[in-house]
Design a binder for this molecule. Structure first.
Ligand code: DQA
Length: 148
């Protein structure tokens, strides 16, 4: 089974960008760890990052029908990306929203997610481990054939 692991705007700069919020690991390092764990869980992970909302929508439209779950950190699109939200709302597979930082403990505008209502769940503030925990939850769901 295939899991899409998607990152939105500016997350290509992980490792250099505000490490006090986003940690020291690069996106490549995080994706390497996720790929390894996905393999152990019997899942295939497909990775995508874009700084453009339209490209994210195109990727979701093309790949979600061939996949079993989506793990996404939408970056700042979390707070206003309505076409991304519609694309995620239109898929028939579970979506888990991940944030490295605790979006509820920062500027007020970050505490509203337009993605959350179409997500199966959200993990915020646990750094790169949030992606790993999302992968564990998705794997448990897929193994059971229904939400854990
Ligand atoms: C983020 C939080 C967003 O508010 C921010 O715009 C990001 C990263 C996070 O992972 O904590 O780009 O999604």
């Amino acid at each position: 089974m295939r899991v899409l692991i998607i990152n939105g705007p500016n997350l290509n700069l992980l490792g250099k960008r505000n490490p006090e919020f986003y940690g020291a690991k690069t996106l490549e390092e995080i994706n390497g760890l996720l790929k390894k764990r996905a393999g152990e869980l019997g899942l295939e992970a497909s990775f995508y990052q874009s700084n453009s909302e339209g490209s994210l929508v195109d990727f979701i439209q093309a790949e979600a029908p061939k996949s079993s779950a989506i793990i996404i950190n939408p970056g700042a699109l979390t707070h206003y990306g309505l076409s991304l939200r519609d694309a995620l709302g239109d898929v028939s597979i579970p979506v888990v929203e991940v944030h490295l930082s605790n979006i509820y403990a920062r500027e007020e505008w970050r505490s509203h997610s337009v993605i959350a209502p179409v997500a199966r769940g959200q993990i915020s503030g646990l750094g790169w481990m949030g992606y790993l925990l999302a992968l564990e939850a998705v794997a448990a769901d897929l193994q059971k054939g229904k939400p854990v």
